[in-house]
Design a protein around this ligand. Structure first.
Ligand code: KG4
Ligand code: ZN
Length: 319
């Protein structure tokens, strides 16, 4: 089964054709990152306008000489203006072609990005989804049913990277910028808290990091690279430790990672050194937003909807 997938939840415009949830036939991605660097972050109206600008050319390129059996689209969560562009396009395309339409939760997309690997993830698994707006731990059983284990109580992990980067005067997007700067940092020069690390739950809290970074910057005049290294270590330590604990306490052998923050190579390396059982994470290009992951999730959760009534929903979650 070939699924044409459309992803427009934030500032990437993606269209992909994915066969049987595993094989990427085409994957086209346009990003409006440059315009957000200019404004120091995403302004929702700009992001929606850029989606409108890119969608038809991206769709044409991805579907040139490609056939497909069904259409999938990100219904939410995300920026409502951006979501609407993809959802309305998918509805029109489904109506015009008579093909079935599948609504996809973007966060399920991040989970299923690992199904695009050669090696199929083994279930049951504990899954960490760490993106710009969400940080969730879920349990995925053999029937692909999700149970929510915990999540952030305030800022998401990606948001913590983005906000602390801004405090350090680094450009948008913060995660990759912190990571690049951290390479030149000296361990131990700056120390930051690891919130909720030892609490007996699977929740996260990252908003305190902003205050801690602000205090360190104003009181110690540290090197940017040293703070960046401390931020990267604090966030990744908490994510790795809580995810590994969730797997151990539930007696699960598989951990699956997804979401933009999983592009972080240090996070991947820490998981590899602290988890000696099965570990699955997507290629870097499928960790951050893309449409192929939406095509994968659509195959495993064939949530068919009537093309004329589907509504974008900015507030969807995994809870
Ligand atoms: O999943 P994603 O592409 O979009 C959302 O669904 O939000 O995630 C974007 C987030 C941003 O906060 C970005 O700073 C973060 O992922 N990110 C990273 C890295 N690459 C992207 N964070 C840490 N290290 C990276 N290399
Ligand atoms: Zn995302």
């Amino acid at each position: 089964m070939k699924i044409l997938a459309i992803e427009t939840s934030c500032d990437e415009t993606g269209v992909s054709v994915v066969a049987d949830g595993r094989r990427v036939v085409t994957n086209v991605l346009a990003t409006s990152l440059a315009s957000h660097i200019a404004t120091g972050g995403v302004i929702p109206e700009n992001a929606a306008r850029e989606q409108l600008h890119y969608l038809v050319p991206v769709l044409k390129e991805a579907t040139a000489s490609q056939d497909y059996d069904a259409i999938a689209v990100t219904q939410g969560p995300g920026l409502i203006g951006s979501l609407l562009i993809g959802v309305e396009a998918a509805k029109a395309l489904a109506y015009a072609t008579g093909k079935k339409l599948i609504a996809v939760n973007h966060l399920y997309g991040h989970i299923y990005a690992s199904w695009l690997n050669e090696q199929e993830p083994k279930l049951p698994a504990v899954v960490l989804v760490a993106s710009g707006a969400h940080s969730d731990l879920v349990y995925l059983d053999k029937q692909h049913h999700l149970t929510y284990l915990g999540g952030t109580r305030d800022d998401a992990a990606g948001e913590a990277f983005d906000k602390t980067a801004r405090l350090l005067g680094l450009p948008y997007r913060g995660g990759p910028e912190i990571s690049r700067a951290a390479v030149h940092g000296t361990p131990g020069e700056v120390s930051l808290p690891r919130p909720m690390l030892h609490e007996d739950n699977f929740d996260f809290s990252f908003s305190g990091l902003k205050t801690a970074v602000r205090t360190v910057v104003s009181e110690q005049q540290p090197q940017t690279a040293d703070v960046a290294l401390a931020v990267e270590d604090a966030i990744t330590d908490v994510l790795v430790s809580k995810t590994v604990r969730a797997a151990k306490e539930n007696g699960i052998d598989s951990i699956i990672l997804g979401g933009g923050v999983v592009a972080n190579v240090k996070l991947r390396a820490k998981f590899q050194s602290l988890w000696d059982k099965r570990l699955f994470f997507p290629e870097i290009k499928y960790s951050t937003d893309n449409a192929a992951m939406i095509g994968a999730a659509a195959f495993y959760h064939q949530n068919y909807v009537y093309p004329l009534t589907l509504q974008a929903d900015a507030s969807l979650s995994l809870r």
